[in-house]
Design a protein around this ligand. Structure first.
Ligand code: ZN
Length: 119
């Protein structure tokens, strides 16, 4: 949802005030039907201003939620990159793939570079 222009709410309220003033003048000149119609129109404008306020609040809330979700995704991506980086460092620091896989408890005697661990 987009706003027609930022001052739409203010324009609605100003128009409602103007119509209310016209309704007052109409009532003073005994045009009660016209005064009632102007009051109803002013009420419609105030309702539109209220709806515009609520819509603006919803748009702000949606924007905040989208920004928070984007931040969470970026953080998750950073954390995942850290996990991958640590995994690669651990793999390069291991003497053999079996030691990396078992956390150093087992070694592959055919490929292990630390021969002193095989007995
Ligand atoms: Zn090993």
């Amino acid at each position: 949802m987009t706003t027609a222009f930022p001052g739409l709410r203010l324009a609605y309220v100003a128009a409602a005030v103007f119509l209310t003033a016209l309704a007052y003048l109409s009532a003073q000149h005994q045009a009660h039907g016209c005064a009632a119609a102007l009051c109803c129109t002013a009420a419609l404008l105030l309702t539109a201003a209220r709806r515009e306020t609520l819509a603006a609040r919803d748009r702000r809330a949606a924007a905040v939620r989208a920004e928070r979700a984007a931040r969470a995704r970026a953080l998750a991506d950073d954390q995942l990159a850290d996990v991958y980086a640590r995994g690669w460092l651990d793999l390069h620091a291991s003497c053999c793939l079996t030691a990396w896989h078992t956390g150093g408890t087992d070694h592959d005697p055919r490929h292990c570079t630390r021969k002193d661990h095989h007995a």
